[in-house]
Write a protein that binds this ligand. Structure first.
Ligand code: TPP
Ligand code: MG
Length: 393
């Protein structure tokens, strides 16, 4: 079962200028393996454009380069964060390596007035929303509880409690509908989260209330050390059918397909037709977090097979084949990447340690007697060290 296609766009004439190259498909899409469920793909791992009967996309060379730049910079930022954790600058990091296309494709499908509810791994979506990457790192360094104002970019704070943000998104979407707005809401979650009761509840509520929400599941094949087979007996996108809304599986390593499918689902939500489940079929190339060692539970061959489907390499192959990007573009992007890495590194190292007592701030909007008591106890405890320091003088 797939969602409806986006409205057919007017075919554009291709120009000789590379800046106007079209992403017209040259070959017909085939289901990757006949035994596998349908998977929407517009760009093969080899960088060939293919057609899909329900989804079309028509991007300029400029837009294609933009998607490529987003993915490259996101990957560079992610690599820097992993390195910073290894150097003791961050307590933890959850890498998005391998999931750049799912995040940039879906992130670029959004309008500014749409609202995003992420997990803890949506660094690429944050990038698309204009959240400064350095703001993502405060929580992972342990110096704040979030790091940005969700309402500045319509990008909610990272959520660690697995699946809970799908309920927040559903409630928010019901509010959007009541306001009569035509914006949409998107909730990100993982294959593991799909087993949570919260996700099932949000599917039920959003379906019966026709909430304008897109459920974007990045099936990266693993929930820490648990494979997807331990989450479901059916392909995840088919779950939606039982709740009464459409589900679609998209090649999560194909940025064009992720963009087209998410756009279509968002438009459906805007039209008041209710939720859609998008299953982006992808792979977590790195560890679950920097605290995890995936060699303990998965084979090297599996990772290697997904390396051949790399989302960035396939778009680069396409850009080069089409003459849509030249060496100067790639060189300039390399330099921009290094500058981003340096900026992030310096910003993290310069983050001031918070006053320990600040942990009690913002627990309740209007204060709470128990929290006040705990704050006072902690203040006395801290003051006891000052006395000791005085005595030892
Ligand atoms: C309610 C809840 N249960 C358990 C955990 C511990 N936990 C953290 S990440 C994770 C796995 C999530 O897997 P998935 O949803 O596939 O997302 P991924 O990490 O692969 O992006 C678990 C079980 C948690 N954070 N919250
Ligand atoms: Mg997962």
């Amino acid at each position: 079962m797939t969602v409806e296609s986006t409205a057919a766009r007017k075919p554009r004439r291709s120009s000789k200028r590379t800046s106007a190259v079209k992403t017209t498909a040259k070959t017909s899409a085939k289901t990757p393996q006949s035994s596998e469920p349908e998977l929407v793909q517009l760009l093969t791992p080899e960088g060939e454009r293919v057609e899909h009967p329900d989804y079309s996309i028509d991007l300029t060379a400029d837009e294609l380069r933009g998607l490529y730049r987003d993915m490259v910079l996101t990957r560079r930022f992610d690599a820097e964060a992993t390195a910073l954790q290894r150097q003791g600058e961050l307590g933890l990091w959850a890498s998005l390596l391998g999931q750049e296309a799912a995040q940039i494709g879906s992130g670029r499908a959004l309008r500014d007035d749409d609202y995003v509810f992420p997990t803890y791994r949506e660094h690429g979506v944050a990038w698309c929303r204009g959240v400064d990457p350095t703001n993502l790192l405060g929580m992972f360094r342990g110096v704040n509880h979030g790091g940005w104002d969700p309402n500045s970019n319509n990008f909610h704070l990272y959520t660690i409690v697995i699946g809970s943000q799908t309920l927040h998104a559903t409630g928010y979407a019901m509010g959007v509908a009541k306001d009569g707005a035509d914006s949409a809401v998107i909730a990100y979650f993982g294959d593991g989260a799909s087993s949570q009761g919260d996700v099932a509840e949000s599917f039920t509520f959003s379906a019966v209330y026709n909430a304008p929400v897109v459920f974007f599941c990045q099936n990266n094949q693993w929930a820490i050390s648990e494979p997807t087979e331990k989450q479901t007996r059916v392909p995840l996108y088919q779950r939606a059918q039982g709740f009464g809304f459409p589900g679609v599986r998209v090649d999560g390593n194909d940025v064009l397909a992720c963009l087209a499918v998410t756009k279509s689902a968002l438009e459906r939500a805007r039209r008041g037709e209710g939720p859609t489940l998008v299953e982006a079929f992808t792979y977590r190339m790195g560890a679950h977090t920097t605290s995890d060692d995936p060699t303990k539970y998965r084979a090297d061959e599996e990772r290697a097979s997904w390396e051949a489907k790399d989302p960035i390499l396939r778009l680069r192959a396409y850009l080069e084949k089409e003459g849509a990007a030249d060496e100067a573009f790639f060189t300039a992007l390399d330099e921009e990447s290094e500058a981003l890495g340096k900026r992030v590194r310096e910003a993290v190292r310069a983050m001031p340690d918070p006053d320990p007592i600040a942990i009690f701030d913002n627990v309740y909007a209007d204060g709470n007697p128990l929290v006040d008591e705990e704050r006072a106890q902690f203040a006395a405890y801290q003051a006891s060290f000052a006395d000791t320091a005085e005595e030892s003088k």
